[in-house]
Write a protein that binds this ligand. Structure first.
Ligand code: F6P
Length: 377
């Protein structure tokens, strides 16, 4: 392992939706950098915006102490992108300013803690010549190239506890209770929480549902004397009609160019708006068909709040500490990933812009179907 330059500087920012475990990762990077190396660590506030505005804070031992168990991020976050920064009501490309501030702060490397969006932005900066490393965080677990993202385990625990609690009230009142779980594009959280919580139906974006099939599975439970049901729905769950329409436009988009491409992209946006995230409508339709009393609980940002689970603290700490080893080896343009028992450097170009969907034949789906869970398909 190389010995670090005394003058070295690591910049850190957290970007995208906050996630339990971010502070544990910041601590892991910071403490390792000072304990095994001799680098100074600078945190930038509110994601890429803070780097663009040069709002920074020295992450010394005092700052890093006592944050392992804290939820959120001590640095603050935002969804602002370097090349599309909201400025005075417009989106402006501020990449050059960000590059300038990277150099002004004498950074040797910028470590970006974020999800899929952050990864794409970090990759763009890396292609502009900056030394960049990312750590995969998101409660959605939708990043390719790592077994797991930190934040997922905590959110999973919160969603399972919610389902457990909804079970007793659903059973007492003989109701159907829908619980909407985060996950706009992928269904890892709804699938995991639904299966662990014993939901009777699980609806995820990867398996389009029909309301009739869902109703059928619930009425069949009623016939078996089960007077309540729990339905775990990912926020991005979609019915078959919507999924078919989206797939048809996506197919055309693959071959389209110029104005036609723009038009199809707009069509896609409209379809996404119309068909995704329509849990309230789904609940109303199901109540009409089954004539059973139905309620909806939307977990929302509860799933992102509070203290990280032990598993997330461990994962974030492992990834954070490992990032510093890669910095010592001057390995940049990478995402630090967990694979089995190991942590690895995955080239950003292999994973940026990709989505880790739930495979339709994933063991969890097979197990859920085996225990009689409906996917509404
Ligand atoms: O990316 C994580 C996530 O929590 C998604 O599950 C959810 O769709 C989205 O962020 C919500 O974003 P926001 O916090 O901006 O409302």
């Amino acid at each position: 392992m190389k010995v670090l330059k005394r003058s070295g500087h690591i910049g850190i920012l957290t970007s995208g939706g906050d996630t339990p475990g971010l502070n544990a990762a910041i601590r892991g990077i910071g403490k390792t950098a000072t304990n095994i190396g001799s680098m100074q660590v600078i945190g930038f506030r509110d994601g890429f915006r803070g780097l663009m505005e040069n709002r920074s804070i020295r992450l010394d031992n005092g700052m890093l102490s006592g944050i392992l168990t804290l939820g959120g991020t001590i640095l603050g976050t935002s969804r602002d992108k370097p090349h599309k920064m909201p400025m005075g009501g417009k989106l402006v490309d501020m990449t050059d300013v960000i590059i300038e501030n990277y150099h002004k702060n004498h950074l040797d490397v910028l470590v970006c803690l974020g999800g899929g969006g952050t990864l794409k932005n970090a990759y763009r900066l890396s292609k502009k010549g900056l030394n960049v490393i990312t750590l995969p965080k998101t409660i959605d677990n939708d990043i390719v190239g790592t077994d797991m993202t930190f934040g997922f385990d905590t959110a999973l625990g919160i969603a399972v506890e919610a389902i457990d609690r909804l079970h007793s009230t659903a059973s007492s009142h003989h109701r159907i209770i829908f619980v909407e779980i985060m996950g706009h594009r992928v269904g890892w959280l709804a699938l995991g929480a639904g299966l662990a919580g014993g939901a009777d139906a699980i609806l995820i974006p990867e398996i389009p549902y029909t309301i009739d099939k869902l109703a059928e599975s619930i009425l069949e439970r009623v016939n078996r004397g089960k007077r309540f049901s729990i339905v775990a729905v990912a926020e991005g769950a979609i019915n078959k009609t919507g999924a078919d329409k989206i797939a048809a436009v996506e197919k055309q988009l693959d071959k389209a160019e110029g104005d036609k491409r723009k038009e199809l992209k707009n069509q896609l946006k409209d379809l996404e708006k119309q068909y995704r995230g329509s849990t309230i409508q789904m609940v109303e339709e199901l109540q009409k068909i089954t004539r059973l009393e139905t309620r909806l609980t939307i977990l929302g940002h509860l799933q992102r709040g509070g203290t990280p689970s032990a598993a997330d603290r461990l994962l974030a700490t492992r990834l954070g500490t490992r990032a510093v080893h890669f910095i010592q080896e001057e390995k940049y343009g990478i995402m630090v990933a967990v694979k089995g028992n190991k942590t690895e450097a995955v080239p950003m170009e292999e994973v940026a812009g990709k989505i880790n969907y739930v495979p339709k034949d994933h063991p969890l789906i097979i197990s859920a179907r085996n225990v009689g869970t409906s996917f509404g398909d």
